[in-house]
Design a protein around this ligand. Structure first.
Ligand code: FRU
Length: 473
């Protein structure tokens, strides 16, 4: 049995050991074991395809496979058998990549073959780009792999860090962007082009880190939003150089030629997003709801680890990227409760609770706003907004978590007279969209007991709440 057959047999057996009640309701998790980056997000043969960085054998990161789901509506996803396993002499892991329908109608996957042997001073580490072709179910690696190697990189660049190709087709040619470490030691995004997707040439360095944006970069994406080009990157080891940014491994986007980056998520857990364009022209993004720093903090009893963010539609308004949950989420609503209060005094509001909800809160003429959710007695997550200083404070320190990882985010978002937020809460995670998605904050809740479903609100202004319940009770 080869490595892929072994992985397929393993996942088929073990995925059934995890009940639906042990998973989120509307966020994707690995068939079994570990999940990180979304890969190959594409539309092929009448279905959406989403692949993922996957270790079926344990809840920890290890030799990377590609797991696979398909969907007709981006909401209900079907498990598909694993698509790639590391089984060639040029790879110990099939790292991140993307997908497209090629000129011959095949589903083409382009991914990074990561090859690593030895340890310490004796380490051999090489990354090359490879192809696999398939029919939406089974994929064959291209016999002439790898198709991009060290010789295709700029002088002095390090092929130990050369990964995560994102492919697109434009004016009769294929292009891809790939993250690389340049001679400077910093990350960059390299652009390549091809006539046939088999033979590629280096075109240019689309953007290089000038030292302001962390160290190495990963998972680039390059796309058009309302006529403007956007480059998004996953930045490693960012320092907090500005009150609008967060530090650590995070996601930044550059619009047009601007060298001022916009953070795509200022919460705790969001990394390596990938976008696709739907048939009806929407740019949809899905990210890994975790970051490499906290990826090792796995509760012992956890049967799966890693979640995808809910698909978000991206738009551009006055040079700013906005993200909102895709409208298809409405098909999940079981019940809607609306409440308005003149002043909220820090108590719960009847009918407003739950652990799987899509809730919108609008405040009017408030100087502050504070909300607690995923709450029971002393357990809760809180979000506060201080209008005078324009700061948001997200605090997860009371969520029941046992590992010492980041629990606070304090970010500057500016002053809003009518502060508005939307909370997607789904058992093991939350995603908060401020001011129609101008700022987003995501976080995981692995150890917060599922019965923690109370909420409370404080504000000196009036507030209107619309809560859509997604769980069945
Ligand atoms: C980002 C990343 C990618 C790499 C993959 C390996 O989370 O480090 O750069 O391809 O994960 O799993």
């Amino acid at each position: 049995m080869n490595s892929l057959e072994k992985a397929r047999e393993y996942e088929e057996k073990h995925r059934k050991e995890i009940t639906a009640g042990e998973r989120p309701l509307f966020h994707l998790t690995a068939a079994t074991g570990w999940l990180n980056d979304p890969n190959g997000f594409s539309y092929y043969n009448g279905k959406y395809h989403l692949f993922y960085q996957y270790n079926p054998y344990s809840t920890r990161w290890d030799a990377m496979h590609w797991g696979h789901w398909t969907s007709s509506d981006l909401i209900d996803w079907d498990y598909e058998k694993a698509a790639l396993a590391p089984d060639k002499d040029y790879e110990t892991g099939c790292f991140s990549g993307s997908a497209i329908t090629d000129k011959n109608g095949r589903h083409l996957l382009i991914y990074t073959a990561h090859n690593e042997h030895g340890k310490g001073d004796d380490i051999f580490r090489e990354e090359t780009q490879c192809l696999a072709f398939g029919d939406g179910e089974n994929y064959e690696k291209y016999e002439a792999n790898p198709i991009l190697t060290a010789k295709d990189m700029p002088e002095g660049a390090d092929n130990g860090d050369f990964r995560d190709p994102k492919i697109w087709y434009e004016d009769g040619r294929y292009y891809c962007v790939i993250a690389a470490r340049l001679k400077s030691g910093y990350g960059a995004v390299l652009r390549y082009e091809s006539e046939d997707a088999l033979h590629w040439t280096y075109k240019d360095t689309l953007k290089a880190n000038d030292g302001r944006w962390g160290k190495m970069w990963e998972c680039p994406d390059y796309f058009t939003l309302n006529g403007e080009r956007v480059l998004s990157i996953s930045v490693m080891n960012m320092k907090r150089t500005d009150a609008r940014y967060r530090n650590g491994n995070c996601v930044m986007a550059f619009v047009g030629n601007s060298n001022d980056a916009q953070p795509l998520d200022v919460g705790f857990d969001y990394y390596a997003p990938q976008t696709m364009l739907t048939e009806d022209g929407r740019r949809i993004v899905i990210g890994w709801m975790q970051t490499p720093e906290s990826g090792g903090c796995i509760p012992e009893e956890q049967k799966w680890f890693g979640q995808m963010s809910f698909p978000r539609e991206m738009t551009l308004k006055e040079g700013r990227i906005y993200q909102q949950p895709i409208k298809e989420i409405e098909t999940l609503y079981k019940e809607t409760v609306s409440k308005s209060v003149e002043k909220a005094d820090g108590k719960s509001i009847s009918g407003i609770s739950g652990r799987a909800v899509d809730m919108t809160v609008e405040t009017h003429n408030a100087s502050f706003y504070k909300m607690k959710f995923a709450m029971k007695a002393d357990i809760f997550v809180s979000l506060s907004y201080d209008k005078e200083n324009g700061y948001l404070l997200l605090d997860r320190s009371n969520s029941g978590r046992s590992s010492a990882i980041c629990d606070y985010r304090r970010v500057q978002i500016g002053r809003y007279d009518d502060f508005k937020l939307r909370l997607l809460l789904d058992r093991y995670s939350f995603e908060i969209f401020i001011n129609d998605g101008e700022h987003v904050l995501s976080g995981t809740l692995y150890e917060t007991p599922l019965y923690a479903e109370d909420m409370s609100f404080s504000s000196d202004g009036s507030i209107d709440i619309v809560l859509n319940r997604i769980d069945s009770e």
